[in-house]
Structure formats: structure tokens, C-alpha cells
Design a protein. Sequence first.
Length: 394
Amino acid sequence: MSDPLVARMREFGTTIFAEMSALAARTGSINLGQGFPDTDGPPEMLERAVSAVRGGLNQYPPGPGVPELRQAVSEHRKDHYGLAYDPDGEILVTVGATEAVAASILALCEPGDEVIAFEPYYDSYAASVALAGAVLRPVTLRPVEGRFTFDPAELRAAVGPRTRVILVNSPHNPTGTVLTRAELEEIALLCHEHSLVAVTDEVYEHLTFDGVEHIPLATLPGMRDRTVMISSAGKTFSVTGWKTGWVCAPPELVRAVQTVKQFLTFTAAAPWQLAVAHGLRHELGWVSSLRAGLQAKRDRLTAGLSAAGFDVYRPAGTYFVQTDIRPLGFTDGLALTRELPALAGVVAIPTQVFYAHPERGGHFVRFAFCKKDEVIDEAVSRLARLGGTGGGPG
Ligand SMILES: *Cc1c(COP(=O)(O)O)cnc(C)c1O
């Protein structure tokens, strides 16, 4: 039989995470590939999910999400960012940030419309754009003085008559960049000039380091009215398997996203929503400790990777550190990550898979540090062998 998959999805075969996690399992390697923590979320929040299940909260919740969670999200936005969102009409609970991004693109883009996203990008973006029949216009983030950023002229040049949406992820996976106010102002200016909608993926909003502040694009002048702001409990509370996210936006944008979302999943699972409402109200202290712990893990892994011979880009947020493999004598990150289990018993992710122009990211490899200290230490001691292997030429 010829491939039954629709043509627009054929370039999206198995994800690199499936390939690399299988490789880790097969070879018994330490998996610093996929970004999920190996410790649990706040115990009382987990208990809240259990009691919701035992308490019979097991039927369809309302389409926009359980009222307790929408209320808690509204209060959290106000306390944290000074942004007022009405729990009735301006907040929509989704099946993770992934569904929120997909539903937003499907709701806002006609076939042929264009979506700007910064590459390297989270892998679901390109697939969501393709599903919508829209066209992705990537703008490349490049290292400047040790930090990945964009060229404002390049961003400006990417906007055309069909541009509808700019997709902004900050803190940024996989580079660890947290966009500055000046960078966000460039983006906001373009949104105003060209009537673009900003869709912001802020799943790492609480996971920034060294006192760097996450600034939601919606807090810039005039931007609340044209921004679909997306968050998730997965990274904030170390429960990536709960797939509970939410959208905050003006009523007409929420209505648009919900019109699509209701026919994808109708609603998100009830017990997690109640537990996440508890998390937003009572576990932000736990999140602060998580942030401090992650910062220490970042330092642990970056020190080890530097000692092993990688060039390391110190991330200001997220779970990930970006490395340049060329000082070790390697040039192709995909080839290296496929060899890495044999060379060092470690699995990582070749950053090139997150690019529309893979050649621009060929020499970068991403490592995750959201792992127990002993796991990071063992990985680092194994990677120290690499310096001696001589790699490729030079
Ligand atoms: C992990 C991640 C997501 C997925 O969030 P879910 O809530 O699990 O769907 C989305 N965007 C980025 C940048 C991520 O790293």
C-alpha cells in the first residue's frame, strides 16, 4: 500500500525523542535527551489529584475547564504579572501547551497564511503549522556573546502580506534564552505595525536563573489585546505527564481557540485540573525551590560539559543547555548523538532537528539537566572520556 499518511504530514515521521529514548533504553545509556524531570511534583498537589479521583470528579468537566482552575489561573496572572483575565471567557484550559499551540494555529490561520517562529523551535510548531496548511517562516536565533538571539532586521524581513501569527517561546527551548524587554519590544512593534497575533509559549515562565526575569509579551503596551498567552503545569510543577495547560487571551481570541479545541478533545481531564488549581494557589514556594535546584543542576552540567571539551552556552532558563561540539573535533550533531551511547553511554538531542534550516544547527547538541544530581554526575564522568577519543579530524 502507498503511504496512507496525508502529504502535508509526511516529513514528520517519528520524533527524535522516540528515536533517542529508544536508543538510551537499548544501550543502557543515561538519557539527557528528552526534557522530563526524574523527580515528582509537590506531594500535596499529587494528593489532590488522588482525592479528586476518589471523590468522584471523573466525568466531563466544562469545555473551558473547571472553574477552580480558571479562577486560580486568573489570580495567578494578576499577582504575578499584573494582568487581569476574566475566568469566564478569557481563560481556556487545554490538554497541555501542545494542544493550546495546535488549536491556536488551526484557529487563526487560513491555508497559505504565514506563521513566524524562531528556529530552533519546539518540534510541535512546524507540525501544527503544516496541519493548518499554513506556511512557517523561520527566523534563526544565533549566538551573540554567549547567548542566542535574533537579528531584528531579519525578523522584520520575515513579515509579509500573508503573515498572521508570530509564535514566541520564552524562556526558549532549546537555547535557554530568556527574551529581554528590548527584544520583546521589537516583536511587539511588528505585531502593532502588521496587525499580527502573538502566540506565546511560556511553559518555562517560572524556570529562570540568576535573577533573570521572565517578561510575558502580553505585559507590553497594547499587547494583551493581541496575544494568546500559553502556560502549562507540566514544567512548572514537574508533572509533564499530566498534560494540563491553559490559554489566556481576550474573549474573541479565546473563542476562536476554543472553537477548534472543543472538537479536538472537547475538554481536559478533570482530576489534574483540580490538582493544578491547588498548585497555583499553594505550591509556588515549592516552585521557587525547584528553580533554585535547577539552577544548581545547570551549573553542575555546564561545568561538566565544559570540562569534557564542549563549548557551552549557559542558559538563563528552561531545562536545557546548548553546546557546540566542534572543539571536540566533531561537526555533525546527529552523527555524534547516534554514536554517543557507544562513545560515552549518554544520550542527547541533535539540535539540528529543531531547524527548518538544519545546516544552521548542525554543530549544536542539547543536553537536559532536569535530572537527579547523581545522574548528572555520572553522565559528566562518562562524557569526560570524549576528550580522549579524538572525534573526527582535528
Ligand atoms: C515541554 C514543552 C511543551 C509541551 O507542554 P505540554 O504542556 O506538555 O503540552 C511546549 N512547549 C515547549 C517549549 C516545551 O518545552
